[in-house]
Design a protein around this ligand. Structure first.
Ligand SMILES: N[C@@H](CCC(=O)N[C@@H](CS)C(=O)NCC(=O)O)C(=O)O
Length: 205
């Protein structure tokens, strides 16, 4: 590790999961260096990386201040960062509120994979499968009550921009609380910074 930052983040400029980790790092004020993989070259499937993340997917974070502790799952990465901060007593509640954990797992086990499938069928699957594209499963995300999320730490940011403008849902009309929460998240400096960076990386590629 020669970059001198606390974390190395393996990511990709397009997919949502790497930005979840980046936003949490920003939100928690942690220093990090990002390595963006080239998916076309299957850099995320190389043997060295798969040792770090057996899924061969991004994100992975390595905590150089904690014996290079490595986590390769976005929601768990967010949680570990939060716990690291909590242990050091830097401004966060030492107990991760149970409500937050509930919604973090809701995101990790339900909304995230469902939206991932929608993204795959919409953007990458070689055949068009209309019934898979507008997935009713996507509506799961909208059932999350907004008041659970805005807490003192970063993990509520996990789903921030995944909710944006999904076809077939009018969040403002159908889910006003989620819509309000989503806009509150979009206004956070950490989210703005990461979304601007994502936009410029997308434009450059
Ligand atoms: N459950 C995993 C999902 C990670 C994931 O699907 N990452 C995508 C990018 S957003 C990826 O690496 N895709 C490349 C691949 O599957 O080969 C997490 O939350 O970290």
């Amino acid at each position: 590790m020669s970059h001198g930052k606390q974390f190395t983040l393996y990511s990709h400029y397009r997919g949502a999961n790497g930005w979840k980790a980046a936003i949490a790092l920003e939100e928690l004020g942690l220093t990090y260096h990002t390595i963006y993989f080239n998916f076309d070259k299957l850099e995320h499937k190389n043997a060295e990386y798969v040792k770090l993340n057996p899924n061969g997917r991004i994100p992975t974070i390595i905590d150089h201040h904690n014996n290079d502790f490595t986590v390769g799952m976005s929601s768990l990465a967010v949680l570990c960062m939060q716990l690291t901060i909590a242990r050091k007593g830097v401004g966060c509640d030492p107990d991760v509120p149970r409500g937050e954990l509930q919604w973090l797992f809701f995101q990790a086990s339900g909304q995230g994979p469902y939206f991932g499938q929608v993204g795959w069928f919409k953007l990458f699957h070689p055949e068009k499968v209309p019934s898979a594209i507008l997935s009713k499963n996507g509506s799961l995300a909208a059932s999350a009550p907004s008041q659970i999320f805005p807490s003192s730490c970063g993990n509520h940011l996990a789903t921030t921009f995944l909710l944006a403008d999904y076809e077939g849902f009018n969040f403002e009309k159908d889910f006003p609380a989620v819509h309000k929460w989503h806009n509150t998240m979009l206004a956070r400096p950490s989210v703005k910074k990461c979304m601007e960076l994502r936009e410029s990386l997308l434009n450059a590629h």
